[in-house]
Design a protein around this ligand. Sequence first.
Ligand code: FES
Ligand code: FES
Length: 899
Amino acid sequence: MKVAFTLNGRATDWSGPPVTRLAAALRDDLGLTGTKVGCDAGDCGACTVRLDDRQVCSCLVAMGQVAGRKVETVESLAGADGRLAALQKSFLDHGAAQCGICTPGMLMAAQDVLANGHAPSRAEIADALGGVLCRCTGYGKIIDAVMACVPKAEAAPPAGAAVGARLPRLDGVPKVTGRDRFGADTVPPDALWIRVVRSPHARAHFSIGDLAPLRARLVAVLTAADVPFNGYGIYPDVKDQPVLADGLVRYRGEAVLALVGARAEVLAIRDQEIPIDWRPEPPLIGIDAATAPDAPLVQADRPRNLLLDGGVKRGDIDAFADCAAVAEGTFETAFVEHAYIEPEAGWARRVGDRIEIHASTQTPYMDRDEIASVMRLERDAVRIVPTACGGGFGGKLDLSVQPLIAVAAWKLGRPIALVYTRPESMAASTKRHPARVKAKFGCDANGKLVACDVHATFDTGAYASWGPTVANRVPVHAMGPYAMPNVRTWGEAFFTNGPPAGAFRGFGVPQAAIAHEAMMDALADELRIDRLEFRHLNALRAGDVTACGQTLEHSAGLAQCLEALRPHWQKARAEIASFNAGGSPRRRGVGIGCMWYGIGNTSMSNPSRMKVGLATDGTLTLFSGALDIGQGSNTIMTQIAADALGLPVMQFALVTGDTDLTADAGKTSASRQTFVSGKAAENAGRDLRQQILRLANAGPDAVLSLMGAALTVRDGDEARTLDLARVGPLMGEGTFDPPTTPLDADGQGIPYATYAFAAQIAIVEVDIELGTVKVLRMVAAHDVGKAINPTLVEGQIEGGIAQGLGLALMEEYLPGRTENLHDYLIPTIGDVPEIECILIEDREPLGPSGAKGVGEPGLVPTAPAILGAIHHATGVRMYRVPVLPHRLREAIVAQGTTP
Ligand code: FES
Ligand code: FES
């Protein structure tokens, strides 16, 4: 069918089947990849365009419906000269785009409300954007950007003033124009496609029948036998996950076969044409099944299904006998899905004796090493070229599409692409570890904490992934950010037939925080001490010794966070008392949650190396292997390097991620990039500055300026200009590896060089009759050491709070039941409340300009604060998250009375 319509103001003809979706026609046939696809099912809104001046999900609109109509995509917003529209500029100025995958959809939805011609209220904007999901920002800065769509840019900071400036993200323009190229946007037209055949069973043996008929129709059908080394995993000694299962599957969604061919051909293969004989077995679901005495093994070489255990011991655990108050409880959490709006995607090609992979990732260098291992190639034979990453949150630290596209491209000598569908992404990818945390805390009559005993058990699913990291990190954090003389904590992780549990913003610490914060509430209540003041009394401070025996030399700002929250807390309590006195079936409560978070790997080296280059033509480039997955490290690293060098930040170009062009800056995880790679960037900037000062024979306070290839160095009254064309290229290098030590058998040592601290308060309203909870407001105080870019720091906190809200109230991944975004609910713009961020800067001398990290801390205290608020509102302490309405209603009914 031929369809004539108007596309971005131009008459356009398109031909194809009339059922073709508008999103597919725009992206695949008309080359407009600014429109993104997050679910292909009408759930996420990433594909939002305007059809006859109204927003629609283009993945739901058939091309037959488009004839004679007007379609506008994100490509229509910027002027022909590339000048950004006011709305796009406003998104940049407000930090409203993080990873940017939702941004084109948000912009097009915002056009609806702006087209009304009047100044919209926040509620009207939230309504207009309500169909577009964002997993990064927490929505607040998006609403701010739409409200203030007249740009208010700060002037670009001069040399030496980049750190601390609210600089719009340096990589932001492609995000607000749709030109950022995510994994699915970069696939070459001649690429073959892979369709992965996955297990419908959580545990089964299987045999593959005659593949000849399929092979006759397709280019190839890959099995386990085609993979040179069929095992991968995060740890060098744990390669337990097959690229393609070999006769046995351990979770629903595990990859079994790869069908390779033209896209339409692989999609046309019907399930019944795939010859697999399944022999299902009863799966081990949950911790109890895995630890039962007669439980079969998930991994044959792992007795008791135990992946790892260990703990921290300090002081005398019998000290509970002397406590004036003791609290106990057992808390449970579920599998939680990352739900990044960009499903896993990428493509690979063979270039001579090298393999080149273009994919969405958080960790290019780990991907390089892992692909080399799977392919049995030298590391140098693998090049990783990261695409833009549409959200990761830990889920893109594991391999996904990479090994299959690498194996197929190597074997077939053709470009090979793989783009997960939304259900495939959810079924196949890692999850947050379900946890059972048994906690007992005690304090003296004055409220000083005396002892804690915490036993945390995790369901690590079918494969190890990041399970050891979770089991190691939690015992160090499980007592909470409090001075505690007597400690016994234990973490253990067991294999089950659930999806592999991996890294998800916090590495188990959010689960443990739910327990320790409930204990703080219970002890404070028993002694009739205000909950905030109880925490303030016990907060770890500089000079205190942790349960690992580490003295916190500097930068422990929890007490300052609590002091900043105190007026908000007191005001909220007074207002809530007055509201609840009205006798409404809706009751309000306020809760508080605190956290600490060790920055970087636990007791392990995690170095970063960065480079700053000055070319002979004067091009100034930061070469950064630190992947920006939306959090803003491209901008942060450049701000730091610029001030260290002494040239304006806007003069920098950026080369990022490509393993052939950058040095290894480690993975984007554990909140480490600002602290670790930022310090390396600072050292690289300083190194280059030293080289320049030496060349100019200038002192340390000299002022640099760069005009083309002319580099001028002013030292007092002296000025010397270096001609870079004659001097030759210069390269500054910097490394940093945070100083830690291994932990002994009792968990004693220095697990992290520094810690972030935070406290948040949540104000909620509970409908007692329905069991529903609405979070009305959050106030978050975070000790970040130094806010290199306050806008980006706030963005991390707000996005973390939105995910913490989901953890507390909404999100529970159930294999086979919630494998899409209409059954698995993440917070929408209507669910995330107003958030006020308070930044505390207790400088960390080791960090760049005193900075620490904030990626994970934003999420950790949120669920505890919400649960505390529910308890304050209802008198009910919830021991299981998510607090779904039926669970809360049941608990309220079981309690018998409302407060
Ligand atoms: S891609 Fe269309 S709504 Fe998600
Ligand atoms: S910025 Fe919205 S999903 Fe990442």
